[in-house]
Design a protein around this ligand. Structure first.
Ligand code: PHE
Length: 343
């Protein structure tokens, strides 16, 4: 009896030492510690002994049982709590975590921000859900004016402002409303760029997307003129498309600038000879620009008799498409890693 007890004890301790998983735990629990397990069987068989012997072994058996149970509980806790039921095998190869990186549009945005910060411009932002007033009216596009049709707009059900007046809201169709916000907040002189997301009610295809990025540039001061605008746009073109890039500016109507124009750069791919990217014209149309209309300066709280200003708006998404040779604008918002990992 004594021997049987000792052998069982050694056997169980050895097994406990070897426990590696929850499955091992269960197996041992069932085999030795359950109601019909081997320990209880021995305890049971005590009743067949003589009284003297029963007393002697009873004490020993109880003590052994207690010791074994403690050892088992300890092993159980360490498996369940520390290792979540698994043994940590430090020799296994690690899991290869893929690192993310910046989105191609963000990369270009940062490049532009670096350039303009180095020229002393501040970088500011404004709301994407904008009032009809800032998006259009303050930019010299009154309600019902046909110029509103230039930008297909997501109108949002009107809300109430602080004075409980009805406020017509739109998803901003360009970054230009932040011109007004910036002028009102900072006054003149002012130099700022405004990168940001814009929205238009477009039927989506390879060249049109309802959500896209622009960056606006704005400079207000005492003698800001067209030459300043042209030289600034030349610097941007050279920075983004390379030092040999040329700029040409052609008149175009934008209600918030006068004169308004369209800036085009020589195609970086064919250097102006004509190719697929520039549709054989040699030029890439990429920026709207002009001198800020007096009505817009006034809406921004700035006296047009004293100050003048320049403004321009780049299609950031379009820049990224041209620079990286992306032929479908929808890829940028697709979340497709096969596309994004190429940058
Ligand atoms: N906001 C114009 C657009 O989205 C671009 C622009 C900005 C034109 C500033 C002139 C001056 O089309």
């Amino acid at each position: 009896m004594k021997n049987r007890l000792q052998t069982l004890k050694n056997e169980i301790l050895e097994k406990i030492n070897e426990i590696k998983s929850e499955a091992d735990l269960k197996e041992i629990e069932l085999k030795y510690f359950s109601r019909k397990g081997e320990i209880n069987q021995i305890m049971h068989s005590l009743k067949d002994l003589d009284l003297e012997l029963r007393k002697e072994f009873g004490v020993l058996a109880n003590q052994t049982k207690k010791e074994l149970e403690e050892a088992f509980t300890k092993a159980k806790n360490s498996i369940l709590n520390n290792n979540d039921g698994e043994i940590l095998d430090v020799t296994l190869p690690g899991v290869n975590m893929k690192r993310g990186h910046l989105h191609p549009i963000t990369i270009i945005q940062k490049e532009v921000e670096d350039l303009f910060s180095s020229l002393g411009f501040s970088i500011i932002s404004g709301p994407e859900l904008e009032s009809d007033y800032f998006n259009f009216t303050a930019l010299n596009i009154p309600p019902f004016h046909p110029a509103r049709d230039m930008q297909d707009t997501f109108y949002v059900t009107s809300a109430k402002d602080d004075n409980q007046e009805e406020l017509d809201l739109v998803m901003r169709t360009h970054t230009s409303p932040v011109q007004i916000r910036a002028m009102r907040k900072f006054g003149a002189p002012l130099k700022a760029i405004i990168p940001g997301r814009c929205f238009r009610n477009e039927a989506t295809d390879a060249r049109h997307e309802h959500t896209f990025y622009q960056f606006e540039g704005l400079m207000v001061g005492e003698d800001i003129n067209f030459a300043n605008l042209k030289s600034l746009l030349e610097i941007v073109g050279k920075k983004i498309f390379g030092p040999n890039t040329k700029l040409r500016m052609r008149p175009k109507f934008y209600p918030f600038v006068e004169p308004g124009n369209n800036g085009e750069y020589t195609c970086f791919l064919c250097s102006g000879k004509g190719c697929k990217v520039c549709k054989q014209t040699g030029w890439l149309e990429i920026v709207g620009a002009g001198l800020i209309h007096p009505n817009v300066l006034r809406a921004g709280g700035i006296d047009p008799e004293k100050y003048s200003g320049l403004a321009f708006g780049f299609g950031l998404t379009r820049l990224a498409m041209l620079k990286y040779g992306v032929n479908d604008v929808r890829l940028f918002n697709s979340g497709d890693l096969k596309f994004l990992q190429q940058f």
